[in-house]
Design a binder for this molecule. Structure first.
Ligand code: URA
Length: 434
């Protein structure tokens, strides 16, 4: 089968056969298709789209391009969560511990991600000693033993996505629902899970800018995930201001630890509890949302979720003492308290403005090879709607570089707007697909 024939068929608007899709994905994995041929087909798919059957075939071909973890020997219904990502989204950390503490095994393979602050892996790696590069055997053994593992993508898991995502990134073909579905779900299906809860975020601090686009993506992910044999639910959640009060890797770990002590910010806990409740239902340990929420609450009040997180940290080589002594997390050399220029209400906290400030401090990556500074970022951020007095703290900036701190003072002051009226945020949980 010649690549140019497959490209021509998609260019002309035909649905590709399973064999054609297999050839394309094989070509990406073994290098038998040139980058320009892969890119041409990606662009044709971008314009012509894919049917549901093509999207499923593409997802399964991507999944089969590498190993598929077999967790069938681990008792229980294995449930993971995937978020499309948003500013301040550290939900995976408290969520995995809470859900595992309620008896649902959580095998979680996460990415690093480009952007304002690191992905889940970067956050976890800010815990001294924490290793995310476990082998699939060690991952399987840990899920069997303690009910939770939080690891990074191994090179043999859906390797075709690594190639195709890199090409999409440089050929303006990222924003394409069938391609996003294949990319996300091939990795999730290869984890060995039985069920998946998706958090599809929208808003100025998220990948999808509008609720309608987020719904289109969520619908497609749910449909393909179910066709792939998994139980899938999805939430559509808003990211208007940062989720929680911290952005930056170690700072987000510290905030996650506060969640496990029952002291998490309200918006972060709302999203965590809602996702967790659906995970408990899919995992078969709760019959309805009310009892699921009660179980999650008990996992916090009894200390079980905190103990579970400590177990995971220690199992993965990390310093479990950070739970009681968050001061053991990396600390920045410089801190600066940004204060309110006048009394009033917090009218706006622009998630993207805060994200760019965190990126300037070194909390995220502009390019895949950039190094992250785990200690820097922003904490104690005010939330939209809060009342402030003149001179009251709006946020704390954590920096390791004087020049960056000076710039970020200006950037952050521009991102936080104090007005006469409290700002309004859209509903955090916008929609649920069950
Ligand atoms: N995240 C992924 O893993 N893949 C995409 O295509 C988009 C977001």
């Amino acid at each position: 089968m010649f690549p140019q024939h497959v490209i021509a068929r998609k260019r002309d608007g035909h649905a590709l056969t399973r064999e054609e899709i297999d050839a394309f994905v094989r070509g990406a994995t073994d290098g038998s298709w040139a980058d320009y041929q892969l890119s041409a087909l990606l662009m044709a798919i971008f314009w012509r789209g894919m049917t549901s059957q093509e999207t499923l075939d593409y997802t399964e071909a991507m999944m089969r391009s590498g190993v598929v973890a077999d967790l069938s020997a681990v008792p229980g219904i294995k449930v993971d969560k995937h978020s499309t990502g948003g500013v301040g989204d550290k939900v995976s950390l408290p969520l995995a511990a809470m859900v595992a503490a309620c008896g649902v095994p959580v095998p979680m393979i996460s990415g690093r991600g480009l952007g304002h602050s690191g992905g889940t892996l970067d956050k976890l790696e800010s815990i001294p000693g924490f290793r995310t590069d476990l082998s699939l055997d060690a991952y399987r053994a840990q899920v069997a033993k303690i009910g939770c593992a939080l690891i990074g993508q191994t090179k043999d898991l859906a390797p075709s996505d690594k190639k195709l995502y890199a090409l999409r990134d440089v050929t303006a073909t990222v924003e394409c629902i069938p391609l996003i579905c294949g990319s996300i779900l091939s990795k999730k299906l290869a984890e060995g899970i039985d069920a998946l809860v998706l958090d599809v975020k929208y808003g100025r601090g998220a990948f999808m800018k509008t609720q309608a686009d987020a719904r289109r993506l969520a619908d497609a992910l749910v449909k393909v995930g179910r066709a792939g044999g998994k139980r899938v639910r999805a939430l559509i959640t808003a990211v208007h201001e940062p989720l929680g009060r911290s952005v930056g890797n170690a700072l987000e770990v510290a905030e996650s630890l506060a969640c496990l002590r029952g002291e998490g910010p309200a918006d972060l806990m709302t999203v965590t509890n809602e996702l967790g409740a659906h995970m408990l239902i899919l995992g078969g340990v709760a019959s309805d949302m009310t009892s699921a929420r009660q179980q999650l609450q008990r996992s916090l009040s009894s200390g079980a979720a905190e103990r579970k997180f400590r177990e995971v940290i220690v199992a993965q080589g990390g310093d479990g003492r950070v739970i009681d002594e968050p001061g053991r997390l990396p600390q920045a050399r410089l801190t600066f308290i940004l204060t309110a220029p006048r009394a009033g209400f917090v009218a706006d906290v622009d998630a993207m403005g805060v994200a760019l400030a965190a990126l300037r401090l070194g909390a995220g990556r502009a390019k895949a090879e950039d190094r992250i500074d785990p200690a820097v970022g922003v904490s104690a951020l005010v939330k939209i709607g809060e009342r402030v007095t003149a001179g009251a703290p709006l946020a704390v900036i954590h920096a390791n570089d004087e020049a960056a701190l000076a710039e970020v003072r200006v950037m952050l002051a521009a991102a936080i707007c104090i007005g006469d009226q409290p700002g309004v945020v859209p509903a955090l949980i916008a929609e649920t697909i069950v």
